[in-house]
Structures are given as structure tokens and as C-alpha cells.
Design a protein around this ligand. Structure first.
Ligand code: NAD
Length: 268
């Protein structure tokens, strides 16, 4: 356990510091894709996990797949709606106990040239990717601040550092850069109150979101691979260890960081 300042009270072994035994975590957008893998990683390290998604049928299927050694539940949330986020926090707290870890993963992409992008499309992307991260961090954060401990991991993207080509996705890139600054802002506000806030910035990972983009424009994959020094897309399960690291005491002196995992894309 950590003192309110975030410092481990007793020096732990390396392996112990990654443990999430008995902790409660929420992963938003975890019915499929990266979030599902992140939720799996957290359960493997001992956490009870809430699969929080707007698609409740899929969230329930995922929760029953993962339910086993630890408790895994499904909870319905639209992260763009403040009342829905508040209801999710209450539901998870009632069913699993106070929340130790929040993974703000729900996100969408809509590709179109900026000059043709409707304000409705722009707002949809901003609403899920930025408002959603803010609202969940706000309401889970309130509870964490009251208890003097908690860890939040926001999901940004390499698109928050680098303008990916050939797809045109100004709204997505902008929101993912915003997630980095929101992460830093919350880290500074809450740094001395035991709540750490970090982010991850994945490169191209093979999920349903990416499949949808490639279905429309399969030729894009070649450009993506050419621009990725490792020459392949990431596998969603490759993010599990990084998320566990940031969600656990293993990263006890870390807050405000955005960790890139992109096969070298942003290093070119
Ligand atoms: N796949 C990649 O290559 C990649 C790369 C970098 C970052 N990311 C980010 O990782 C996150 C997950 O991406 P993914 O590829 O797994 O996507 P995905 O489309 O496979 O899954 C997204 C999940 O979010 C849920 N969701 C959408 N809107 C929601 C809302 N309003 N409220 C609650 N849940 C909602 C969906 O139902 C879905 O289950 C996103 O934030 C995405 O931007 C993905």
C-alpha cells in the first residue's frame, strides 16, 4: 500500500510491486480491442475489473469470458454523458468496492479531409476521446482524492505526437494530443494527493477499430508498415504489461508521463 504521497511505505520486491491483488479497476471501452486486453492484464495481476462500455451486450460477453480467479463485471456507460459516468462510478463501487485504477480507453476515429469534416463529426470524436476522458477522470478522481490514493491511465496515441499518413484524421490527432496535456494537468493538480495520472500512446495495433479503417482503404497498410521501423502492426496483448506497470505500485514515482509503444514509428 502507498502513503498519501504515493511513496511505497515498505520497499517491495519487483514482482510484488506489479501486483494488483484485491484492487478494483475500471476499463472503459473494454468490450473489445485494446481495452479487452488491458482488462485481461489487470485480472491476471489480481484485480477485480469492470468492463465499462456503451455496448452492454458485448461488455457482458467479455466480462463472462474473463470472469474467473477475480470478479469481472460489465457496466453500461456512455463516457460522453456526465450522468452516465456518475452512474457507472456508483454501480462499480457498489458491486466491486472503491476504485483503485481507472483506464480511460474508450475512443473513436472518423477519417475525412479537414475541409470536408462536418462539425457533427468533429464533435463526436472530441466528445468521446476528450470529454469522455475528462468526465471519467473527474468522477473517479473525486473518489480517489477522498481516499488519498489511486492510479489513472489515459489512452492517447502516437497520433498525439505525429500526424499519421495517409489517412486524414485531424480530429483524432487533436484529441489524442489533448489527452497528453490533460494527463499532465491532472498529474500536477493531484500529485501531492496520492493520485497518479499517466498515459500510453500506442502505435498501430490490430483491433476492430483498425480493421474498419483498413476495410475501407486496404492500401493504407503498406504505408503504415513502411513507416514503422519494426515492420509490423502491434498485437493488442502487447500492451498488457505496460498498462499493469502504470496501474500498479511498480510505477510509484511516475505521474504526468505519456509512454509511447509504437514499433519505432515516432522515432523516425
Ligand atoms: N488500435 C489502434 O491501433 C490504436 C492505436 C492508438 C490508440 N488507440 C486507442 O486505443 C483505444 C481503444 O482502441 P481500439 O482499437 O481497441 O478500439 P475499438 O473500436 O476496437 O474499441 C473501442 C471500444 O470503445 C467503446 N466505446 C465507443 N464509444 C464509447 C462511449 N461513448 N462510451 C463508452 N464506450 C465507448 C466501443 O463500444 C468499443 O468497445 C482508443 O482510445 C483508441 O483511440 C488505438
Amino acid at each position: 500500500m502507498l502513503e498519501a504521497t504515493g511513496a511505497p511505505s515498505v520497499r517491495m520486491s519487483v514482482l510484488d510491486s506489479f501486483s494488483l491483488d484485491g484492487e478494483t479497476a475500471i476499463v472503459t471501452g473494454a468490450a473489445q480491442g485494446l481495452g479487452k486486453q488491458m482488462a485481461t492484464g489487470l485480472t491476471e495481476m489480481g484485480a477485480d475489473v469492470a468492463i465499462a462500455d456503451v455496448n452492454i451486450e458485448k461488455a457482458e460477453r467479455t466480462a463472462s469470458e474473463l470472469d474467473g480467479e477475480t470478479d469481472v463485471i460489465a457496466t453500461e456507460v456512455d463516457v460522453t454523458d456526465e450522468a452516465s459516468v456518475e452512474a457507472m462510478v456508483e454501480d462499480v463501487t457498489d458491486r466491486l468496492g472503491p476504485i483503485d485504477v481507472l483506464i480511460n480507453n474508450a475512443g473513436i476515429v472518423e477519417n475525412s479531409p479537414a475541409e470536408e469534416t462536418s462539425i457533427e463529426s468533429w464533435r463526436r470524436v472530441v466528445s468521446v476521446n476528450l470529454d469522455g476522458v475528462f468526465l471519467c477522470a473527474k468522477h473517479v478522481g473525486q473518489q480517489m482524492l477522498e481516499r488519498g490514493e489511486g492510479r489513472i491511465v489515459n489512452v492517447s496515441s502516437m497520433s498525439g505526437f505525429d500526424v499519421n499518413v495517409p489517412q486524414k484524421q485531424a480530429s483524432y490527432n487533436t484529441t489524442k494530443a489533448g489527452v497528453r496535456m490533460l494527463t499532465q494537468s491532472l498529474a500536477v493538480e493531484w500529485g501531492d494527493q496520492g493520485v497518479r495520472v499517466n498515459a500510453i500512446a500506442p502505435g498501430y495495433m490490430r483491433t476492430e477499430l483498425v480493421d474498419e479503417v483498413l476495410e475501407e482503404s486496404p492500401e493504407m497498410e503498406e504505408t503504415w508498415l513502411e513507416n514503422t521501423p519494426m515492420g509490423r502492426l502491434g498485437r493488442p496483448e502487447e500492451l498488457k504489461e505496460l498498462v499493469v506497470y502504470l496501474a500498479s505500485d511498480a510505477s510509484s514515482f511516475m505521474t504526468g508521463s505519456t509512454v509511447v509503444m509504437d514499433g519505432g514509428y515516432t522515432s523516425r
